[in-house]
Design a protein. Structure first.
Length: 388
């Protein structure tokens, strides 16, 4: 069911992509001559890398002529980006790029024939995590919106690009420390002012301390049974805290952890704080976040798995951004230029989905006639082939 790289399906997508790139100038990468680039083909996101361009015009000529289904660039800046091995490129600075993919955020994503089917709820969760990161960047590190760029990934989430000079010069050790802070890695509650032997909470509340206190209050809004299950503590020991929430919250504000019946009260509070820290952290992938040599999708280019654009999103527009509408580019206007208002495809299996406020599916082993954008979406995902 999955066509190879030389197939009518691949040709179909490449034709659409080439036309799109002839109509749109891609200039989303700063300092093009110092970046490494890579491209992908049907069902292979990176087929080649170690490429370099001298300017934006060369980048756009490549996109129009070679019609890649995936196009990526390095967060790093190199003196010689096309050289191999990596050490010969001579890295001299690097952006930081944080990824938020919906399938890595704890939500269950439907899978049919090894194909993931993302829904608006998944991308809303990814968006929520982007806002959480922005909160950390603004309040904990004092970063302004200048030097922060956000784009939809084109498929399953969002990419946040940090390009300020203060970021670009950070070495790997500093990047690890930054990730540790954001992800609450090995958080030391004692250093933050908690004492589980004397049941003390911090009175002077720094940024992480404040988040933890707020998180504790939210945690105890849960019912007794849920708290008991999460902490693996008996309901009879948890119940008095839940029944005395006002007193509990007041004691937290005064720097006191209410005691729990029995000798393991300190263990209970430590367990609760571990749960709260996990819920308050930024769930970014550790390895990709500190990698100085990765390449990632070029903002404003098309994604070969969906036919959607990795749309650049101003921060003040992120809340209202709807990927399944705002990133669909092969719309009716685009299709009319090719006299391709509809395309016949054979769908192996696809659940119900919605694009441009139009509903499609579910389909299974059937031939359907679809608008260009819906056909490209299914063909890109590998769920459909062109009807010959």
């Amino acid at each position: 069911m999955f066509p190879n790289q030389e197939s009518p399906e691949s040709d179909f997508l490449q034709q659409m992509f080439s036309t799109y790139y002839k109509k749109h100038v891609i200039d989303s990468v700063p300092d093009v001559p110092y970046r490494e680039f890579g491209f992908g083909v049907y069902k292979r996101k990176i087929a080649n890398r170690n490429m370099a361009f001298t300017n934006v015009n060369e980048v756009n000529s490549f996109l129009r002529d070679r019609k890649p289904l995936f196009f990526s660039y390095s967060n790093a800046y190199y003196k010689f980006p096309a050289r191999t091995p990596m050490s010969n490129k001579e890295l001299f600075k690097a952006d930081i790029i944080y990824e938020f993919d919906a399938d890595e955020l704890g939500l269950e994503v439907p899978v049919i024939n090894e194909i993931q089917w993302f829904k608006p709820v998944h991308l809303e969760e990814a968006k929520r995590q982007v806002f959480r990161l922005l909160d950390f960047l603004h309040n904990d590190f004092g970063f302004s919106d200048d030097g922060v760029a956000i784009n939809f990934s084109g498929k399953a989430g969002f990419h946040v690009h940090l390009r300020s000079k203060s970021i670009q010069d950070l070495n790997k050790r500093a990047r690890i420390e930054l990730v540790d802070y954001l992800t609450a890695q090995n958080m030391d509650f004692t250093n933050l002012g908690f004492d589980f032997d004397s049941f003390v909470a911090p009175k002077q509340k720094g940024l992480w301390q404040a988040r933890l206190i707020i998180g504790l209050k939210e945690f105890f809004e849960k019912d007794t049974k849920e708290i008991s299950k999460l902490t693996d503590f008996p309901t009879k020991k948890v119940s008095p805290l839940v029944k005395s929430k006002d007193a509990l919250f007041s004691s937290l504000d005064k720097g006191v952890l209410m005691q729990v019946e029995g000798r393991k009260g300190g263990e209970f509070w430590k367990k609760v704080l571990e749960i709260v820290a996990k819920s308050e952290r930024v769930p970014i992938d550790r390895q990709t976040s500190i990698d100085l040599h990765k390449i990632i999708r070029v903002p404003a280019t098309l994604h070969g798995d969906t036919g959607m654009v990795a749309k650049i999103i101003p921060i003040d527009s992120l809340k209202d951004f709807d990927a399944f509408n705002d990133s669909v580019v092969f719309d009716e206007k685009f299709a009319k230029e090719f006299d391709l208002n509809t395309i016949k495809v054979t769908v192996k299996e696809a659940p119900a989905f919605e694009l441009l406020n139009k509903k499609f599916g579910p389909y299974k082993d059937e031939v359907v006639e679809l608008p260009l954008f819906a056909a490209a979406y299914l063909v890109g995902k590998g769920a459909a082939v062109l009807k010959q």
